[in-house]
Design a protein around this ligand. Structure first.
Ligand SMILES: *Cc1c(COP(=O)(O)O)cnc(C)c1O
Length: 495
């Protein structure tokens, strides 16, 4: 029996994993969720001896049940290869009493690579399985990291095109340079005059446009999404939590069944939801600690049960977390509503109309697995400096938010459970903010001088992704108004 995926907004929707991956978002605007979260069918002792690829297969086969073993293993082999600069794929570093799970060893040095290096293969396999002949057009809004990781994943993949929208003034210089230098005839990168939420809302609108969908079909195209709402991204992210726990256990850092708290620097709520799924699969994860920057919508939500996006959007030094609408939270809402699609629909309608919603007390009692807190800009910078001064280990700004929240959680609760921090980006991706945090004297240096200086003080080799863009020519310079996003897509497709 195949695992069935339902829409969070309509329980009558029932599709296989490959169909859910192809569609991205359900017709009704809901997100696809597995009817149940499957339990691991391997013991921790078995998992302890497995490679990343082997673990990926053991986890993903339980979610993507309509893929054959060969199909899945083929996708996994194509994704987790030399594109990663370490055989371990996701190594763990110990510093200042915490474990840092480094998820940034892929092509674009941010954790988005963990899922976006496999998504194109899952998507193409899904298309084949479902006799889809159309060319697949990936449409993505990015707060900086998804865009480049998706471009790298899809560039020159036959049968696909990819359009990426990013907030023109809302990403780091290195992030922007990485995107606008992207090669590949099937790639198109567009800056918008707005913030990430504008980009994401614009993309959702295009997805919901029935007339456009018909026009596209006529021309032999169909849209799909590489955003973290696609279960083809969520499922691969569950893998590294299983893998990391198993590696800590194998190394004797965790006793059998010992709990491990996990701190996740959070934006769209995809990464932490993956950790929640891993916990539900049977990994002995304790608290799921949700770390926000100054855009602390989620902190307020966990504290009060009210989600309220009506507030100023703050540009921070952790731009990939500058988000006021955390799309993946809807999957959790649906679940704590007891898989009640009517409740989910009502709350999401409230969000869309008034920018907020409140969960019931009954729903709130089911959030005890989670804890939310945030780090201000000053706290984030101080955290980078503190960890560097104590240990020589350099955190990026996003990881530093999580690292600070780890301390706040421990101070507030006295919980001494061992803790792993999801380390979501290489410090080389946010060099200026990182180096300024360590010493303000660095502010006078150019971006690439800072890269060399970071190399000197950390002893960590400059990643290939950074070396590449030192001299790469700009290939994309389109900037448009939010209202022109749809026409921009049509123009690129020639329809
Ligand atoms: C995307 C991103 C995040 C946020 O992850 P979500 O899954 O959207 O919550 C955090 N840090 C970095 C570096 C990212 O690129």
């Amino acid at each position: 029996m195949d695992l069935i995926y339902r829409s969070t907004r309509d329980n009558k929707v029932s599709v296989t994993a490959s169909k859910a991956i192809l569609k991205g978002l359900a017709e009704d605007g809901g997100l696809f969720v597995p009817e149940t979260v499957p339990a691991l069918d391997r013991s921790m002792d078995e998992l302890a001896g497995m490679s990343y690829r082997e673990t990926a297969y053991e986890v993903m086969k339980l979610f993507l049940t309509d893929f054959t073993e060969d199909e899945l293993k083929d996708c996994i082999a194509k994704a987790y290869d030399e594109k990663f600069d370490t055989e371990e794929i996701a190594p763990i570093k110990e510093a200042d009493g915490a474990y840092y799970l480094e998820l940034f060893h892929g092509a674009t040095i941010a954790f988005k690579d963990m899922a976006l290096s496999i998504l194109p293969h899952l998507l193409i396999t899904s298309a084949k399985k479902n006799q889809v002949k159309d060319e697949i057009v990936i449409l993505t809004a990015t707060s900086g990291d998804t865009g480049k990781a998706a471009l790298a994943g899809f560039a020159d993949v036959p049968g696909t095109k990819i359009v990426v929208f990013y907030p023109k003034n809302g990403v780091s210089p290195i992030q922007e340079k990485q995107m606008v230098t992207q090669k590949g005839d099937n790639t198109f990168v567009v800056g918008i005059k707005g913030n990430f939420d504008d980009a994401q809302t614009g993309v959702k609108k295009i997805f919901g446009d029935k007339a456009l969908e018909a026009e596209l079909a006529e021309a032999g195209f169909r849209f799909s999404s590489a955003n973290s709402i696609n279960i083809g991204r969520l499922v691969p992210q569950v893998v590294y939590y299983v893998y990391a726990y198993a590696k800590l256990y194998a190394a004797g850092k965790l006793a059998k069944d010992e709990r491990l708290n996990v701190v996740v620097p959070t934006g769209n709520f995809g990464n932490i939801l993956a950790a929640y799924y891993a916990k539900n699969m049977g990994v002995p994860i304790g608290k799921l600690i949700c770390a926000s920057n100054d855009n602390k919508v989620l902190y307020d939500f966990f504290a009060t049960g009210t989600y309220d996006r009506n507030r100023e959007f703050i540009l921070t030094t952790s731009p990939s977390m500058d988000i006021l609408i955390s799309s993946n939270l809807e999957r959790l809402i649906y679940r704590i509503a007891g898989a009640d699609d009517a409740v989910d629909r009502e709350l999401m309608e409230n969000l869309s109309v008034s920018g907020k919603y409140a969960v019931t007390d009954e729903m709130k009692t089911q959030l005890t697995d989670f804890y939310g807190n945030y780090a201000s800009e000053a706290e984030t910078a101080a955290e980078i400096k503190e960890v560097y001064d104590k240990t020589g280990y350099v955190l990026d700004t996003h990881t530093a938010v999580a690292s600070k929240v780890r301390r706040k959680y421990a101070a507030e609760t006295g919980d001494g459970t061992k803790t792993m921090i999801a380390s979501t980006a290489s410090p080389y991706k946010f060099t200026r903010s990182v180096m300024n945090a360590i010493d303000i004297k660095y502010d006078s240096m150019s971006d690439f001088e800072l890269v060399d200086e970071l190399n000197r003080i950390s002893g960590v080799a400059v990643p290939g992704a950074i070396e590449e863009i030192r001299t790469a020519p700009v290939l994309h310079d389109t900037v448009v108004e939010v209202d022109d996003m749809k026409d921009t897509v049509k123009k690129f497709l020639g329809i």
